[in-house]
Every structure is written in C-alpha cells, then in structure tokens.
Design a protein around this ligand. Structure first.
Ligand code: HEC
Length: 106
C-alpha cells in the first residue's frame, strides 16, 4: 500500500513533460463551464434537447473527444458553435476536457 502511495506521489510530481496528459481536475475547475450549457454534463441533462440534438460526450473515449475537437478547430467538422468553441481551445485544453468527460478504453 505504502509503495502504491509513493508511486502515485511520484507520478503526480512528474514534470510538464507529460503536457498532453489530460488533467481532469483542471478541466473541472476551469473549462467545462463553456460546455455544460449545451452538453449538459454532469448529470446527462441536455439544455436544449428540443431545439437541437447535442451528442453525449461524457463516456466517450478521450481520444475520440480530442480528435472531434481538433476536427472542429481545423474546420473538418462544420458545426458553427462547436467550431467557435474548439477554436478557442488549446491542445492541452482538449486533453483536459477529454480526461474529464471521457472514459479511457478498457
Ligand atoms: C452552443 C452549444 C455547444 C457548446 C457550448 C458546446 N458544444 Fe459540443 N457540440 C454541440 C453540438 C450541437 C454538437 C453536434 C455538432 C455536429 O453535429 O457536428 C457538438 C459536438 C461535440 C463533440 C462531438 C461529439 C460526437 O459524438 O461526435 C464534442 C467532442 C464536443 N461537442 C465537445 C464539446 C466541449 C468539450 C465543449 C466545451 C469546451 C462543447 N462541446 C461546448 C454544441 C455545443
């Protein structure tokens, strides 16, 4: 048990070299506010279920979430509101958001 704790402590002290590692806590504190209005998570409540369909992003694989956000940013996906939002996100933001919303492949 102690050994596990030490490993965990070391891992969390690891330097920024792991930059693309998503940080769910950071996403939770700083970034999801701009997503919940539409994606309505946590709690799976969609804000505008009648107006338009907003896909569920919680529980997707993180890699899928990141690639979708990159595709919006690059203009490969064309939904106007998601393009605007993705354009404001850095790669680190995307990784953090994916870590928050996503569920790693099992
Ligand atoms: C203004 C409403 C709105 C906001 C705010 C919003 N989204 Fe979206 N999002 C949508 C809609 C609508 C779609 C579906 C677009 C389409 O059909 O391409 C979507 C699609 C997505 C997808 C692709 C899902 C899939 O199954 O392919 C991801 C990932 C995503 N959003 C993440 C986010 C994240 C992360 C945030 C916050 C940074 C966010 N969205 C904020 C409306 C929104």
């Amino acid at each position: 048990m102690l050994r596990l704790l030490i490993v965990a402590a070391l891992a969390s002290a690891a330097p920024v070299a792991l930059a693309q590692q998503g940080d769910a806590d950071s996403a939770h504190r700083n970034k999801i506010a701009m997503c919940i209005g539409c994606h309505g998570i946590p709690g799976y409540k969609t804000a505008f279920p009648v107006v338009y369909h907003v896909p569920m992003i919680a529980g997707q694989q993180p890699a899928y979430i990141v690639s979708a956000l990159k595709a919006y940013k690059a203009g490969e996906r064309s939904h106007p509101s998601m393009r605007g939002i993705a354009a404001s996100l850095t790669d680190q933001d995307m990784a953090d958001l994916a870590a928050y919303y996503g569920v790693p492949a099992k």
